[in-house]
Design a binder for this molecule. Sequence first.
Ligand code: TRP
Length: 338
Amino acid sequence: MDPISTEKRTILTGDRTSGPLHLGHYVGSLKNRVKLQETYRQFLLLADTQALTDNAHDPERVRRNVLEVALDYLAVGIDPEKTTICVQSALPALAELTMLYLNFVTVARLERNPTIKDEIHARGFGRDIPAGFLCYPVAQAADITAFKATLVPVGEDQAPLIEQTNEIVRRINNQIGRNVLVEAEALIPRFGRLPGIDGKAKMSKSQGNAILLSAEAAAIREAVHRMYTDPKHLCASDPGTVEGNVVFTYLDAFDENEADVAELKARYRRGGLGDMAVKRRLEAILLLLAPIRERRAVYARKPEYLLDVLREGTKKARTITDLTLAELQSGLKLFMLD
Ligand code: TRP
């Protein structure tokens, strides 16, 4: 058998440390990562350097959330024995690779990147775009290639970033004359994105439409009560609309009993089913989040353990990323002072 095919593929993914993670992260990525760690060699990056690209006005927030996101990882079942968790800012090779790669990308190409275009708009930067923000796809290419990752689980909105990464990979390999870097493939989750409780496309803490993984039972209940339904469905006896109705979107995501959910949808459409009755069914979220919240509290009481996990993971990642940088420096025949 081909020895390569039996080797585990490498996955790299991560999160900006700009806030604690929420239910949307759980559905869109965390749940999947817990599964992926069983069969792949997985690295998770606490992307504090990238978080600064749109949070330079609040570095304290970025610092504080490194440990919060790490706690979220452990709480959902990321196992440090199986997944390497590392801190981006403590991996200097990533910054050096970014500087190197910036010479292989044009400003015009960065400005054309659809992900960046949308994000610039969403953040209201107008013409005052921080250069670090415009260039973060290059830094993300550095992250991915430094680990020689071939699989990158990201939301659909981030797929153009993988395209851009592969362009850089081809340019650099071409310059060197052999394939030192490897191309990566986006792994897009099947259940796309969980909307916010207000019905907006994206759940986000800053929009106030999120349910945090650390949320207490009372806060979860309150969020479910506030959830956007069908604004025209005023009486239980009225026929209601299921499409775009957040409560049903969430039931599709969290209620395992598909037959029951289908039956509820039919009754809601016909009329005769009140919003409160459907919302009660979303108690499933309470059951899902209770053990996560409890595990999170346990780890929060062991900060030394948490820091050890990050130290170990980052040390391992440093060896790997330093090696890739050295390979490129020698491949490109750069001056190296020893
Ligand atoms: N861009 C990701 C986010 O917004 C974080 C991230 C940084 C990342 N580096 C990465 C994701 C590399 C995948 C691969 O949270």
